[in-house]
Design a binder for this molecule. Structure first.
Ligand code: ATP
Ligand code: MG
Ligand code: MG
Ligand code: MG
Length: 365
């Protein structure tokens, strides 16, 4: 008996396109002997659709045009009635076995409305097992400010920052700028508190760029942070597991741009480099791996997370930057490559994640 895996892709966040790439890659690699894939797309506007077309059309965004089964247009307005029980009346195009029941969901969504606890809450309510972190861990990790508070509480070094809310930005921008300038030297980083893929992030080298950066970040979030810039090497560690999480070897990102921005991540013709394993002393990589697991546990992550670090040049001080509970997941993304190097190939990793989801569900009281 095959396990029916609902793969949810797309989503409302600015990381929609990244999700399409991750999901298509998973659909190609997943063990078809063991799993039936049920693709469920969410458009940028937030409409849910059953999809049964070719995988390529997910990657290039054309899937929306051939998905004719808009879940919202169905008599059952809410997805609770459709997703969990698998409505047989959904249409003829989906083989009955596929709509019979969804056993587990792989929410391959990045950023808000996907990686932030919202869909996890929906799946909890619907009583469906799902891959990855639960509600609390997802939302804590998505919010860079709250994640930092917990890292600090655990005694982990984080980069100094200020928080600015959008409405205050209009009123008190002068005060904030003087506070930032009093405490930090330029350059500084400006980030929306809840996002990913570097969307909305800028590096400001002077006051004008700081002002522009604040307005740019405010397009994506009501909460904005300004961070001290660290002269660093960027090291990432993949963590996998529920109660006994394991850390992979660590990898280094060498961005093709001044920092690892959206272009450098996805479009720069592979000019950004991933060095796996990172060429750093074992003593440091061991420390990073330990911190990664500690942080993972502190935020109560489960399933998977990519924990990102800054290794300061000169001092070798290790700062934890953030935890991504649903990191980029194509075959060529850092998270799967780190596990590949550690001895767990991509298809086995997907299998493991689904098994972890089912185990976690079974352990619920
Ligand atoms: P992800 O795609 O990993 O989810 P993100 O959008 O959550 O990324 P960050 O990882 O916080 O954003 O920052 C994106 C990039 O900006 C980093 O990989 C790094 O290149 C640069 N960066 C961010 N903050 C700093 C900092 N304080 N000092 C130096 N570089 C930074
Ligand atoms: Mg992130
Ligand atoms: Mg991310
Ligand atoms: Mg990051």
């Amino acid at each position: 008996n095959k396990i029916n895996v609902g793969i949810i892709f797309g989503g409302k966040s600015a990381e929609h396109e990244v999700s399409l790439m991750s999901a298509a890659s998973i659909m190609r690699a997943i063990d078809k002997e063991k799993y039936n894939v049920i693709p469920i797309g969410i458009t940028k506007r937030g409409n849910w659709m059953m999809y049964d077309g070719p995988i390529e059309k997910i990657e290039n965004g054309q899937w929306e045009n051939i998905s004719n089964k808009l879940i919202k247009d169905r008599p059952e307005e809410n997805i609770f009635s459709v997703i969990p029980i698998g409505d047989k009346s959904l249409g003829d195009k989906i083989p009955p076995v596929l709509i019979d029941k969804i056993d587990v969901v792989f929410p391959v969504l990045h950023g808000p409305y996907g990686e932030d606890g919202t869909i996890q809450g929906l799946l909890e309510m619907a009583d469906i097992p799902y891959v990855g972190a639960g509600v609390l861990a997802s939302s804590l990790c998505m919010d860079k400010v709250y994640a930092k508070k917990i890292f600090e509480f655990e005694g982990l070094s984080v980069v100094d920052y200020f928080v600015i809310f959008k409405d205050e930005l209009e009123k008190n921008i002068k005060d904030y700028i003087s506070a930032v300038e009093k405490n930090f030297n330029y350059p500084v980083f400006i980030k929306p508190a809840n996002l990913g893929s570097s969307v909305g992030i800028t590096k400001a080298h002077n006051r004008d760029e700081l002002i522009n950066g604040l307005h740019e970040a405010a397009k994506y979030d009501r909460k904005i942070m300004v961070e001290k810039c660290i002269e660093c090497r960027e090291i990432e560690c993949a963590v996998l597991g529920n109660d006994k999480p394991k850390a992979s070897v660590v990898g280094e990102i060498i961005p093709s741009h001044e920092f690892y921005d959206y272009e450098a991540k996805y479009f720069d013709d592979g000019k950004s480099k991933m060095v796996i394993p990172a060429d750093i002393p074992e003593e440091i990589s061991d420390k990073i791996r330990k911190i990664a697991v500690k942080a993972y546990k502190a935020l109560e992550c489960s399933g998977l997370s990519r924990v990102d670090f800054f290794l300061e040049k000169g001092t070798n001080k290790i700062y934890i930057n953030e935890i991504n509970t649903m990191p980029g997941f194509t075959k060529y993304s850092m998270y799967p490559l780190l596990w590949q190097e550690t001895g767990l190939p991509y298809d086995k990793l997907i299998d493991k994640l689904i098994q972890l989801a089912l185990e976690r569900y079974k352990q619920k009281p």
